[in-house]
Design a protein around this ligand. Structure first.
Ligand SMILES: NC(=O)c1ccc[n+]([C@@H]2O[C@H](COP(=O)([O-])OP(=O)(O)OC[C@H]3O[C@@H](n4cnc5c(N)ncnc54)[C@H](O)[C@@H]3O)[C@@H](O)[C@H]2O)c1
Ligand SMILES: O=P(O)(O)OC[C@H](O)CO
Length: 392
């Protein structure tokens, strides 16, 4: 039988197996002509969004089961030169604001119209800062294909009255489609210049869907491994940004490598415990994939969250994160500060604050209730945590 992605098998990629079709009741284009090939749209065009489009576009040209064109939704803005960002991307094949100096591939088409960008795609790649996803999902209700599959590259979560909501769940629930995730030790600028990296695809139950995503993203310099643990993979990508803020404080205060390693270890321990308290299905082994320990390391060494937290600590907490972000990142967005607040909300509501001293302290420093130096004295307090992972 043929897969939902490709109703009829094509000569290459025939190893992809069958799956059950989705409920198509609240979606459009159900009567669309049968298409042999998958169409990919990337929703987002920041630093990572642009690199993701480049990776994908290099593969759609090579693989018969995909249309060459990769549509990339751009949150439109007018550049200092007076031109629209979309026009410049389509004219120069470069995202001059968020990924300057890198050609995306001529088959990447920038599109400022969100509905138009998604309407024909059966593979939707979501990669925007997490704080914009609720609004984007609302705009897309009923606008995506019934047979679409989604993947989220977004590191973050929402907190609702009912509790925490992962971005993949937000997408699935709003759009009525399955959503996998791709996370990992992936500083976008390094992948843009084709330095070797690994990544992890987290999938729910359909291995063949994960394999399709792996094929779409994999290159010799970008090695992707599928893991059947959506929540574990996504929580790794989300929570490591809080650890990165802590590591940045340590750097800003010149506390040295041993202290930074200690903070990374305590942070990883809290990541594991928090993930397992939220979802008992989360696997220990996920934390040893690229999305886990490797992402903690790279983000604490070279990420934007680390960099801005370093500046925050050097300024003694006197300049706000918003101010530093605007000054240092030229429109790119931090995820760690808002994620620390969201995690703190979960901890407060559930009475877990004392169990997660590092997570709680990061938020309290970010909002000015504690000085940056508190990161060590508070985080090293022995949490009353049982060991949530098995040590064999
Ligand atoms: N940059 C990286 O190295 C990297 C690596 C892995 C994962 N990620 C994750 O990818 C996600 C996207 O990050 P990025 O680096 O591509 O983006 P970015 O921070 O570089 O850029 C910000 C993006 O947000 C857009 N934007 C601004 N206001 C908006 C609005 N109101 N609505 C919608 N979009 C708006 C901008 O146009 C821009 O595309 C984040 O969750 C991030 O954690 C980033
Ligand atoms: O630059 P950051 O801090 O947003 O981190 C980038 C990536 O998530 C690292 O994997």
């Amino acid at each position: 039988m043929a897969p939902a992605f490709e109703p009829v098998p094509v000569p290459k990629d025939t190893e992809i197996q069958t799956e059950t079709p989705h409920d198509t009741s609240n979606t459009v284009n159900n009567d669309a002509q049968v298409d042999y090939k998958s169409r990919v749209t990337v929703v987002g065009s920041g630093n990572w969004g642009s690199v993701a489009a480049k990776l994908i576009a290099s593969n759609t040209l090579k693989l018969n089961s995909f249309h060459d064109e990769v549509r990339m939704w751009v949150f439109e803005e007018t550049l200092q030169c007076g031109e629209k960002l979309t026009d410049v991307i389509n004219r120069t094949n470069e995202n001059v604001k968020y990924l300057p100096g890198i050609k995306l591939g001529k088959n990447v088409i920038a599109d400022p119209d969100l509905e138009n960008a998604v309407k024909d795609a059966n593979m939707l790649v979501f990669v925007t800062p997490h704080q914009f996803m609720e609004g984007i999902c609302k705009r897309l209700v009923g606008k995506v294909r019934g047979d679409a599959e989604a993947i989220s590259l977004i590191k973050g979560m929402e907190v609702k009255m009912e509790g925490p909501c992962m971005i993949s769940t937000l997408i699935s629930e709003n759009l009525g489609i399955n959503c996998s995730v791709l996370m990992g030790a992936n500083i976008a600028n390094e992948i843009a210049v084709e330095k070797f990296s690994e990544a992890t695809v987290g999938y729910r139950d359909k291995r063949e869907i994960a394999e399709q995503w792996v094929r779409l993203f994999s290159t010799p310099y970008f090695v992707v491994t599928p893991v059947q643990d959506v929540e574990g993979v996504e929580l790794c990508g989300t929570l490591k940004n809080v650890v990165a803020i802590a590591a940045g404080f340590v750097d800003g205060l010149d506390m040295g490598n041993n202290t930074k390693a200690a903070i990374m270890r305590i942070g990883l321990r809290e990541m594991i415990a928090f993930s397992k308290l939220l979802f008992s299905s989360v696997r220990d082994s996920t934390f040893f994939e690229s999305c886990g320990v490797a992402d903690v390391i790279t983000t604490c060494l070279g990420g934007r969250n680390r960099k801005v937290a370093d500046a925050f600590a050097k300024n003694g907490g006197k300049r706000s994160f918003d101010e530093l972000e605007a000054e240092m990142l030229q429109g790119q967005k931090l995820q760690g500060v808002s994620t620390a607040r969201e995690v703190y909300e979960v901890l407060s509501h559930r009475g877990w604050l004392e169990l997660f001293p590092l997570f709680a302290t990061v938020h309290e420093i970010c909002v000015g209730r504690l000085p940056p130096s508190a990161i060590v004295e508070h985080s090293e307090r022995k949490p009353k945590l049982p060991l949530f992972y098995s040590v064999s």
